[in-house]
Design a protein around this ligand. Structure first.
Ligand SMILES: Cc1cc2nc3c(=O)[nH]c(=O)nc-3n(C[C@H](O)[C@H](O)[C@H](O)COP(=O)(O)OP(=O)(O)OC[C@H]3O[C@@H](n4cnc5c(N)ncnc54)[C@H](O)[C@@H]3O)c2cc1C
Length: 443
């Protein structure tokens, strides 16, 4: 009788595992992929959703499209718990038994216990986060367009990104392009000098891991785009309309985006055995969970011991290429496990770093090759187009990019934005002060 291999999580790692399992497992074995979203999100382009450069659907590829004619089954469902003893997964709409389990449930934001950070900052992990943030940014611009109170204008035109890693830097440069390139030109009530973009990094350096020369170019580029970079600026508290730095300085802002830390999925955190400082399950070099050789953990969920001498074991960085490599190795090891064969060891290889800094500049570091500027940006584009799954998505993104060079961006607010306490206060004061007089502040 065939065995059942269940893969949890349809992200970069889980999907790669399902595809590889199909290749290496005997036909009578069953592969089931379970994920709570029915698409693969191409996260490297997420900042371009917040800046209106790309249409959200263009970076989401449905799992059934990617699957094509492959055999594996897909079930859109939410994993609620994993019973390792009974070899059973409890889903929102039923239970599934497994012989082998591959866990690729990704990660979530880490707030380091900072008061108010979880409640009052904007998360930036999912497609929905990016769409909601985009609408909020536009909502702030709409309010600023007609609000007259100086202090309120300053707060709603101050955009803070917490975290000077790759995502924070790419996001703030995208926002800079959009706010200075589109908003300051089209919103008659907003002028460019009023827009404040602030990148806060707790450690003394941004873009940790990239060579010093490239970092200097990146810093220079951020400054030239009107972005204030504050290093050694530790966020110590957040409120609905402020962020506190180093316990002493308070900056008023209606937009504080959290991009400062990553923590393992709650289900992974609750797995038995050791975990690393990011809550990831520590697994051996075959990606197996301690005491459960039939369970493999991959991608952002795993801190894997690695055979590679070039990395600080355990645990490679939480990036897509690592998740995909884990997925492949775990799938092959799942097949080895059911066939009683020796396991393969995962070995981390650093494939380099590509960071986009807006519409025409990037920094690239691949092995000994290091360059920055427009050519690097073209290279960044080419690599990301190539990595998108499917010709349809590649064309959609390429066309969005081309359209963006010819036509202005799109500032339509698609969802009802969340309440903004600062804006509501200003509106109430404006109505009270007008006392029934007509207000002609629409530009
Ligand atoms: C904004 C942003 C930008 C990034 N940019 C880059 C980049 O430029 N380059 C790069 O290499 N990496 C980048 N990354 C990191 C990269 O996206 C991750 O390292 C990678 O996605 C990890 O793959 P994974 O398979 O482990 O998890 P994920 O891809 O996160 O997949 C996890 C899947 O599990 C599903 N899931 C979670 N919980 C449940 C549940 N309870 N039930 C069912 N399903 C569940 C999720 O919906 C998701 O589909 C970025 C990440 C973000 C957030």
């Amino acid at each position: 009788m065939g065995r059942r291999v269940v893969v949890l999580g349809g992200g970069f790692g889980g999907l790669q595992a399902a595809i590889e399992l199909e290749r290496v497992l005997p036909k009578e074995d069953e592969v089931l992929l379970v994920s709570d979203q029915n698409f693969l999100l191409f996260t490297p382009l997420l900042p371009q959703i917040a800046s209106s450069r790309l249409d959200p659907r263009h970076i989401a590829q449905t799992i059934r499209e990617i699957r094509g004619k492959r055999r594996f089954r897909f079930r859109r469902d939410t994993v609620q718990s994993i019973d390792l003893t009974a070899r059973r997964v409890v889903l929102a709409s039923g239970v599934v038994d497994y012989d082998v389990l591959i866990i690729g449930l990704g990660s979530r934001s880490h707030y380091f216990g900072i008061g108010g950070a979880r409640e009052y900052t904007w998360n930036f992990k999912t497609l929905e986060d990016a769409v909601v943030l985009r609408d909020h940014l536009l909502d702030m611009c709409e309010h600023a367009d007609h609000t007259t109170e100086e202090a309120v204008r300053r707060a709603i035109l101050t955009f803070v990104i917490v975290g000077g890693g790759y995502t924070g830097v790419e996001l703030i440069t995208e926002l800079s392009d959009f706010l200075f390139g589109y908003v300051a030109r089209r919103y008659r009530g907003i002028s460019a000098p009023e827009i404040r973009l602030l990148l806060l990094e707790a450690t003394p350096e941004i873009l940790r891991g990239i060579p010093e020369g490239l970092k200097a170019h990146a810093l220079q580029q951020l400054k030239s785009r009107g972005i204030e970079v504050r290093t050694s600026a530790k966020v110590t508290r957040c409120g609905e309309e402020y962020v506190e730095i180093n316990g002493s300085e308070t900056i008023r802002s209606a937009t504080i985006v959290w991009s400062a830390g990553v923590w393992a999925n709650a289900l992974v955190e609750s797995l038995p055995g050791p975990h690393d400082r990011a809550g990831r399950a520590v697994v051996n070099s075959s990606l197996q969970l301690e005491g459960h050789p039939e369970v493999f953990v991959i991608g952002d969920s795993a801190a894997a011991a690695t055979a590679s001498a070039s990395s600080s074991a355990p645990g490679a960085p939480q990036v897509a290429p690592v998740a995909m490599a884990h997925g492949e190795v775990a799938a092959r090891n799942a097949a080895h496990f059911v066939k009683g064969e020796p396991m393969e060891a995962y070995s981390y290889k650093n494939k380099g770093m590509l960071v986009s800094l807006g519409m025409d500049y990037a920094v690239v570091s691949i092995g000994r090759l290091q360059f920055s500027g427009y050519l690097a940006w073209l290279f960044w584009n080419a690599v990301h187009l190539y990595k998108l799954v499917g010709l349809k998505k590649q064309l959609e993104v390429a066309i969005d990019w081309m359209m963006g060079t010819v036509f202005p961006g799109d500032a339509s607010i698609l969802r009802r934005p969340r309440r903004c306490k600062i804006c509501e206060g200003a509106a109430a004061r404006a109505v009270g002060a007008a006392g029934g007089q007509s207000d002609a502040q629409s530009r």
